[in-house]
Each structure stands twice: as structure tokens, then as C-alpha cells.
Design a protein around this ligand. Structure first.
Ligand code: FUB
Length: 332
């Protein structure tokens, strides 16, 4: 524990900041490269962050495992390690991309994209890359997770970036990015091991840009469908139902450096938090290029429920504990 804390402190110093000054990227106690952070608060009152994991200086999103981190103040994080790897799957050997998680029926579920083959960027017709969505289950939020099906939920359409939303009535909905199937939703069966019924195309009010990484949450009686529009800027829709019809509301975080973004939004101890990733230069890496790190900001709402524009900051949620303690009135 002492060593872990020491390495976290050293890493903060290398980043040129103390926890009091800056909390972005999130301090996981090492220079681990994480992306696609999916935040959830479970029964024990802690925040859990399920992430994908970039290999050092990765080139083409060949990714092998998923990590879980937990915290109760969003500043001090515990890395629970790789909770599932493509080595544990019989049906995929690569592309451990953006995961999500849910709690239902007393179990924790990790939904994850994985696949095989190669993408040929020069001769796309020679590409063999395929991706599908799997489900893994555990008795603990920190795993280890076990493949619950032994295969993907479906093979066609090609799909990745799953997001699970469990509504107040216990129904679980799966949103995803799928070739020819963006803006579709499907209900999960009660045992969370298969889908129930057909994919349903949602009414997005006529605006359907290219997207990946959808996220759905509920605030009051409004549902929010958020996503990286064109894989870059975070934008959102609102609805009275988890399956639409949706009304487009605009961008709440601009794109940065023409790079992909992927996010989640969750309320914790009275504050709304946006987790996302940034492409930053590592102070200790062997390569010069930007790599992905998980980051966080506060998210604020207007009176009418619309989301205020969010800027990327170095401070992030460094003052989270003080905010909660002094019960700073939210501006939403
Ligand atoms: O991390 C791999 C892929 O990059 C994710 O699945 C996408 O959303 C993008 O973040």
C-alpha cells in the first residue's frame, strides 16, 4: 500500500501537479493508459470506473483487456487490475474496446466489445476485422468476470461500444454502435445473457450523424442519450422514454485535436460527473505521441434540464470531497 501511494505521488509530481491543484488525468497510481471510462455507483456507495486499456504507444487500437478502478472521493483511486481479458474468450482475440457495466439480479455484468481479424486501411476490401458484443458476469463489482455466454450476443450486425441502461422498472436496454445499426436499441432478457425481441430503430428527430460510444442516463423524469458525434464532440438528445423519440440538443463538449472521445455521465454524492478520455503526452513514455488517459469534469444542468457546455480542465474534480462536505449548492 505504501509503495502504491508513493508511486501515485511520484506520478503526480511527474505530471507537474499535486492532487490539490489538478486531478486530470485521473491518478490511478501509474502511467497506465486507459480510455472509454464508464462510471457506476453501486450499493457500497463507491464509484467504479470500468475502462478499456491501451497498450503502450499503441497504433491501431489492438487492445487486450479491461480494468476496473474504484474511489470514494474521485481523487484517490484503487486499480483492481485487469478484470477480463480477450485471453479468457473463446470467440475473440483482440479489440477489447469500450466496456460498460450493470447490476441486476444480485450480479454484476460487464458488457464489452471484442473481435478478431485485421483492418486493412490501404485495401479495405481485404479487411477481415469483425467485432461483436459479449457479456461477462461476477459476484463482485471488481470481478474477476467470466464470459456468461461463450460467444457474442449476435454476430450480425458488426457491433461495438455497448451501453447498458437499467430503468427504474428493472428493464435493461442495450445501445451500441453497429454498422448500419447506429441508433438502434434492444432490450436485454431478464437473465442478461441474451437479447429479448428485435432491434428497434429509435426516432432521433431526423438528425443521425456518424457516432460511436452512446450513453443513456435518467435525471428526474427525463432520459438523456449522449454520444461522441462523428466520434469526436460530445452531444446529446433528450426524451421522456429510454427508447425515444429523441430530440437533439447539441454539443456539450467540443472535440479536441481531431481525436476520438468516449464518455459516461453519473451522479455521485449530489454532483453530476462526466468521465471522458483525453489524448495527452505521457511524461514517462518511450514514445512522443499523445496517448489516452481517463479524465473527469463536473457536469451542470440548466433549469430546463439542458446540459451546460463543459470545458476540459486540469483541475477536474480535485475538490470533490470539499464540495460534498461543504454541500456546495449545485448550479443545476
Ligand atoms: O477504445 C477503442 C475505441 O475507441 C472505442 O470503442 C471507441 O469508442 C473509441 O474510444
Amino acid at each position: 500500500m505504501h509503495n502504491k501511494k508513493l508511486s501515485a505521488a511520484l506520478f503526480s509530481l511527474l505530471l507537474g501537479a499535486t492532487a490539490a491543484q489538478a486531478q486530470n488525468p485521473l491518478d490511478f497510481g501509474s502511467d497506465i493508459k486507459t480510455a472509454d471510462p464508464s462510471g457506476h455507483v453501486w450499493q457500497d456507495g463507491k464509484m467504479y470506473l470500468y475502462t478499456s486499456h491501451d497498450e503502450e504507444c499503441q497504433e491501431d487500437f489492438w487492445m487486450k483487456n479491461w480494468h476496473v478502478f474504484s474511489s470514494d472521493d474521485l481523487v484517490n483511486w484503487e486499480d483492481h487490475g485487469a478484470v477480463l481479458s480477450v485471453d479468457d474468450l473463446s470467440w475473440a482475440d483482440n479489440y477489447a474496446w469500450a466496456p460498460d457495466a450493470a447490476y441486476k439480479n444480485g450480479k454484476y455484468y460487464l458488457v464489452f466489445p471484442a473481435g478478431n481479424g485485421h483492418k486493412d486501411r490501404v485495401n479495405p476490401e481485404k479487411s477481415t476485422k469483425w467485432m461483436g458484443i459479449g457479456v461477462a458476469v461476477s459476484d463482485s463489482p471488481t470481478g474477476p468476470f467470466k464470459d456468461a455466454i461463450g460467444g457474442p450476443l449476435w454476430r450480425e450486425p458488426y457491433a461495438n461500444d455497448p451501453a447498458l441502461f437499467v430503468d427504474d422498472d428493472g428493464k435493461a436496454y442495450l445501445y451500441f454502435h453497429g454498422t448500419g445499426f447506429d441508433y438502434y436499441v434492444v432490450e436485454m432478457a431478464d437473465d442478461m445473457r441474451s437479447i429479448k425481441g428485435d432491434f428497434q430503430k429509435m426516432d432521433m428527430g431526423g438528425y443521425e450523424p456518424k457516432m460511436e460510444g452512446p450513453w443513456v442516463f435518467k435525471r428526474g423524469d427525463k432520459y438523456y442519450f449522449t454520444m461522441p458525434e462523428n466520434n469526436r464532440a460530445l452531444s446529446y438528445y433528450m426524451s421522456d422514454s429510454p427508447v425515444g423519440p429523441w430530440e437533439y440538443q447539441g454539443v456539450f463538449m467540443d472535440e479536441e485535436n481531431q481525436s476520438n472521445n468516449h464518455h459516461s455521465i453519473v451522479e455521485y454524492k449530489g454532483q453530476w460527473i462526466l468521465f471522458y478520455h483525453r489524448w495527452l503526452k505521457s511524461p514517462v513514455s518511450s514514445c512522443e505521441k499523445r496517448q489516452r488517459y481517463s479524465t473527469a469534469e463536473y457536469l451542470h444542468f440548466n433549469e430546463d434540464g439542458t446540459i451546460r457546455k463543459v470545458e476540459r480542465t486540469e483541475q477536474g474534480v480535485a475538490d470533490f470531497a470539499e464540495r460534498v462536505k461543504s454541500n456546495i449548492a449545485r448550479k443545476d
